[in-house]
Design a binder for this molecule. Structure first.
Ligand code: IVH
Length: 686
């Protein structure tokens, strides 16, 4: 086949593939692939079509909207076609769109204003009100003909049957368009209920909303927690020029819909110029997980409605609006293998080796599978296509097999947990009732690598140039055996190692020596006591300022400290009671590792015994310096709120869970502006 022939064949194939996925998504409410994988197919198809205009648009899914209306519902001919939106996947796509608008509108148009709205991941809906009363509700369908879902929509609490705004009663025909969706919390609660009942759970809120809306029996829809958010006016008949039902901008449309009794997006803003829009999209992306609904992007609309008419539409989408899609958080890829890694505590964790895939803003090649039960529950097997999720800062995770994998012929065998440690070969143990599998061999090489690398890491002794690989090499060469042994290394021993010269050997020895001057709490972190993080280590070190004192601390004395619970107190004592650990601690103390932290004695100790939790940014302070200001005055600054907390200082963007906890426990919360007074007075400012 000629190259040209192959391209045309791919084009035809893509049309069939996209049409198939349209049907799965719009008609069957049962998508087989993630939205991002679908978008990639459409993007490829569009670019082939653009390169081969001779093929024509007819029959292409790129020129159609949605899917065929189901015969399960009566057809409704839309008064005005319901269109789709074009997508922008990058800032440059958005800039190109704005430039095209300016070209189309000509030179005399001033800088454009845009309405920026969350793109809720739900189902488009048209509600027709006659004299203020809901007459019919229709899905988008293929854009021309929708499905009559009036009975189902009537069960949605946020769809007014009669508009409370009296002015609406005078409007003969009023079409409101918006999105039917399921709020994230409602979705979680519903899935919990389904689980308890042993019924099928839904993969995401969009899917759940689609399933709930397109029910034959409205009483089932009524049991599902659906909501409706209004964002557009369709056909409006019989209103005067100056009426509020005849607005001249998109933001006035949203305001009017809100006044008339509809739920509208509180997050919508108007931005002037495309660069401000880009900024706004970034802000939306950063906050997407804080919203009550799932959003997959931002819808950007030219604000002036008069320009909508001038700009017009293509066959499927208006030119005056575009959807800026966020980077995908879910993708499908091939699970190449399942391997296990050994952590510093001996915990053995399975992880997925994946064909690299771009998801959540980075390329992901490995993802955790947590533990044995998770692998079995998810039933993922090497060779499967799997859905990978990476949301925000959360570590990448394998959600499960892609739809259809379980039924696939020739699927691989279920994976089983290895019986022995991949590093030391000793048998692995999983205790009764525990979900973790452990390598219990104390001298396991992999564990030692992790322990020593952790000791040297940024959050602990911060030894530059001592990462996992270097530690591995030093252990293999027999030059070190424990964190303490690092301090006995000599440059002459290191010079001979592969990848090391005189200079780097001297540098490493100097970096190790310099780490002796780290504050004591960093050394305590470096010991790697389970669950004792940096905040806890600071609290402990205030009461037990050196390693000898800490080694002798009793469980009761530790548990009495604010920020240290009984579990951690037990862990610290158990750690110190272990002969190997005791030896390590004694050696580190003898080597003089860590500096006892002294307070600035010139300050009044007016916060003595008070635990003050800081959350969010306080102007003029870094996280560390705010904590320092508290500890310098005798107080402590634990990382979490408990009933022993004196007060919480909430700066900019405070942690919601800390505020909720404070509220539950009746702990006072003060703003960043009251922080200085708190330091000054040593008590809650009035
Ligand atoms: S305006 C002709 N505004 O996104 C313009 N759509 O991918 C039509 N959507 O079909 C829609 N939030 O289902 C608009 N604020 C918003 C939206 C929004 C979500 C959905 C809608 C539309 C789809 C296009």
């Amino acid at each position: 086949m000629t190259e040209e022939g192959a391209v045309l064949e791919r084009l035809a194939e893509l049309r069939a593939i996209v049409a198939h996925h349209n049907q799965r998504y719009y008609e069957l409410d049962d998508p087989e692939i993630t939205d991002a994988d679908y978008d990639l197919l459409v993007t490829e198809l569009r670019s082939l079509e653009a390169a081969h205009p001779e093929v024509g648009e007819a029959g292409s899914p790129t020129s159609t909207v949605g899917g065929a209306p189901s015969s399960q519902f009566a057809p409704i001919l839309h008064l005005r076609a319901m269109q789709s939106l074009d997508n922008a996947f990058s800032d440059d796509d958005l800039r190109a769109w704005a430039e095209r608008l300016e070209r189309l509108l000509g030179d005399e148009t001033p800088t454009l204003s845009f309405s920026c709205e969350p793109k809720i991941d739900g189902l488009a809906m048209s509600l027709l009100y006659r004299h203020g009363r809901l007459d019919r509700a229709a899905t988008r369908g293929d854009g021309v003909t929708g499905e009559d879902v009036t009975m189902n929509v009537a069960t949605i609490a946020s769809v007014p049957q009669t508009l409370p705004d009296p002015s609406a009663a005078e409007v003969p025909v009023l079409e409101v368009r918006g999105e039917v969706f399921m709020a994230r919390a409602d979705f979680e609660a519903m899935n919990d209920r389904q689980r308890v009942l042993g019924e099928k759970t839904f993969v995401n809120p969009r899917n759940a909303a689609a399933g709930a809306l397109r029910q034959k029996d409205p009483s089932i829809t009524a049991q599902r927690p659906l909501s409706f958010l209004a964002y557009q006016l369709g056909v409006v008949e019989g209103v005067a020029e100056g009426s509020a039902w005849n607005p001249s901008t998109q933001h006035e449309v949203i305001d009017q819909l809100g006044r008339a009794g509809f739920l509208t997006a509180a997050e919508a803003t108007v931005e002037v110029g495309i660069e401000a829009v880009l900024e706004r999209c970034r802000a939306f992306d950063a906050r997407r997980h804080d919203l009550v609904y799932d959003i997959d992007g931002v819808v950007i609309k030219v604000d002036a409605l008069e320009l909508h008419d001038r700009l017009g539409s293509t066959s499927r989408a208006p030119r005056w609006a575009i959807a800026r899609k966020f980077p995908p958080e879910e993708r499908t890829t091939t699970l190449l293998d399942i391997e296990v890694s050994v952590g510093r505590t001996g915990r053995v964790t399975p992880f997925a080796v994946l064909a690299p895939v771009f998801v959540g803003g980075t390329t992901v090649g490995v993802a955790t599978l947590h533990n044995e039960d998770q692998v079995l529950a998810k039933d993922v097997r090497p060779g499967d296509l799997v859905v990978v999720r990476k949301a925000g800062d959360v570590i990448p995770e394998v959600v499960g097999p892609a739809p259809g994998q379980r039924e696939r012929a020739g699927r691989g065998e279920p994976w089983s947990f290895p019986a022995s440690c991949p590093s030391c070969g000793q048998p692995l143990r999983r205790a009764e009732g525990e979900s973790d599998t452990q390598c219990t061999n104390r001298s396991c090489h992999a564990q030692l690598v992790q322990q020593i690398a952790y000791f040297a890491s940024r959050g602990a002794l911060d030894i530059e140039g001592l990462g996992e690989q270097r530690v591995d090499q030093l252990l293999q060469a027999g030059l070190i055996t424990s964190p303490a042994s690092l301090y006995r290394l000599e440059a002459s021993q290191l010079e001979e190692l592969e990848g090391m010269g005189e200079l780097s050997a001297n540098n490493l020895v100097a970096a190790i020596a310099a780490s002796k001057a780290r504050p004591m709490h960093k050394v305590v972190v470096g010991l790697g006591i389970h669950d004792l993080g940096p905040a806890g280590a600071k609290v402990v070190v205030r009461a037990f300022p050196d390693l000898h004192a800490l080694a002798a601390a009793t469980e009761d004395a530790l548990a009495a400290l604010d920020g240290i619970g009984p579990t951690i107190a037990k862990r610290v004592v158990a750690f110190m009671a272990d002969p190997e650990h005791a030896q390590l601690v004694a050696e580190l103390a003898a080597l003089g590792v860590g500096v006892v932290e002294v307070r600035d004695g010139s300050l009044p100790q007016n916060l003595l015994g008070k635990a003050i939790v800081v959350t969010g940014a306080i102007p003029g302070y870094t996280r560390e310096s705010a904590e320092q200001a508290i500890t310098d005055r005798g107080g402590t600054s634990p990382g979490s709120v408990s009933k022993k907390t004196y007060c919480v200082v909430a700066g900019e963007a405070p942690g919601a869970s800390k505020l909720t906890k404070a509220e539950q426990l009746g702990i006072p919360v003060i703003g960043a502006d009251a922080f200085a007074a708190l330091l000054e007075q040593g008590e809650l400012p009035r």
